[in-house]
Ligand binder design. Structure first.
Ligand code: IMP
Ligand code: MG
Length: 180
């Protein structure tokens, strides 16, 4: 797919209103599950920056926030194998209740690697929240504890997700018209 597609060519699959409602529900569930605790929310850059910002503002529990950056894709749309850690978590992880927030669970390769990496830092607990889950694409066994929406195997953009660094700013999740 060309990297110069106009935003008008992105077809809405999940509207901004649907996302906002689902994020509210996830935040209520997470707030209940972590009642009395102060989890460390670890957003996975860049894709999860929008979800992380929206999610933490709906929580009714105190949190610490940090980010990691994992590169698994070049300019293409397929995981390139071995993920690279470009930015590690800087907040203390040992003994913390860590909630990883990612944009989409696809093959699972990068997040499985990230969860293993975080586990070596001895968190008290480790859970995963994703906005989108493409279960049929999974190549390694990873399940998210909190899932916004299960979607079919289509490449999606918007709400933090990109295609060649385009479309992260769109307030909805969509599909590029004419693409597979
Ligand atoms: P995985 O290692 O294959 O699970 O890759 C996960 C990462 O690939 C996600 O965090 C996204 O950054 C990216 N990714 C996977 N599917 C899509 C998609 O449909 N649109 C945009 N990015 C995607
Ligand atoms: Mg990502």
């Amino acid at each position: 797919m060309s990297a110069t597609v106009h935003p008008n060519r992105v077809e809405v699959m999940i509207s901004a209103e649907q996302i906002a409602e689902r994020v509210r529900q996830l935040a209520a569930q997470i707030s209940a599950d972590y009642a009395g605790k102060q989890p460390l929310v670890v957003g996975v850059l860049k894709g999860a920056w929008v979800l992380t910002a929206d999610l933490v503002r709906q929580l009714t529990i105190p949190v610490r926030c940090d980010f990691v950056r994992v590169a698994s894709y070049g300019m293409g749309t397929e995981t390139s194998g071995q993920p690279k850690l470009l930015l590690d978590v800087l907040e203390p992880v040992a003994g913390a209740d860590v909630l990883v927030v990612d944009d989409i669970l696809d093959t699972g390769i990068s997040v499985a690697w990230l969860l293993d990496h975080l586990r070596t830092k001895n968190p008290a607990s480790l859970r995963l929240c994703v906005l989108l889950d493409k279960a049929e694409r999974r190549r390694v066994p990873v399940t998210a504890d909190y899932v916004g929406f299960s979607i079919p195997d289509r490449f999606v953009v918007g709400y933090g997700l990109d295609c060649g660094e385009q479309f992260r700013e769109l307030p909805f999740v969509g599909h590029v018209k004419g693409d597979q």
